[in-house]
Design a protein around this ligand. Structure first.
Ligand code: HEC
Length: 160
């Protein structure tokens, strides 16, 4: 019984820890944080919190997620972009042709990490938005929905 508790504890702990590959990615991703730093005002790129969300929606399994991130970093294009709004706002990201191994580590880290909500980024977004009243009730907003209202809702939920 004691053993079982111990094993359960170890498993629970392990599932929170990053894999070795992702640990390496955590260091390598510094190359990306010059722009993807969620604390920057004005911001230069979408924070990884949102990038991870968006990519997991398209690429739920880890391997295809990593492939998509690597593929993007090597050669970003308008057509490939999943996040159309940031492309409009910041312009297209420059290519980051790092070695494949490093990009795979960065991809693994992006997949595994639990990022903090980008509260500074959201607050700036809301400050800079037109100031119009958010519409809708927070349901069914996503593509084509009211972006400001969605950010406001998330900000209220996670940053207050
Ligand atoms: C010089 C600034 C800069 C650097 C450095 C940078 N990015 Fe970006 N990144 C951007 C900008 C701006 C966008 C939003 C516009 C776009 O999608 O092209 C973006 C968007 C993205 C996206 C979303 C693409 C999509 O499908 O819409 C991913 C994924 C991404 N970056 C990954 C990375 C990774 C991984 C690195 C490091 C290897 C990195 N970025 C380094 C500026 C940067």
């Amino acid at each position: 019984m004691k053993n079982l508790t111990l094993i359960t504890l170890i498993l629970a702990f392990n599932s929170m820890a990053l894999t070795l590959e992702a640990e390496k990615g955590k260091t390598a991703i510094n190359a990306c944080l010059a722009c993807h730093n969620a604390e920057l005002t004005p911001s230069l790129a979408p924070p990884f919190y949102g990038v991870q969300n968006r990519y997991k929606r398209n690429y739920a399994d880890k391997q295809s997620f990593i492939t998509a991130v690597s593929d993007w970093a090597k050669n970003p294009t308008q057509e490939k972009a999943l996040m159309k709004r940031p492309v409009k706002k910041f312009g297209l990201m420059p290519a980051m042709p790092l070695p494949d191994e490093m990009l795979a580590q960065i991809g693994a880290y992006l997949y595994e990490e639990t990022f903090e909500a980008p509260c500074t980024h959201w607050a700036n977004d809301l400050k800079n938005s037109s100031g119009s009243q958010p519409q809708g009730n927070g349901q069914g907003m996503g593509r084509g929905g009211n972006h400001d209202a969605m950010i406001r809702m998330k900000y209220n939920q996670l940053c207050k």
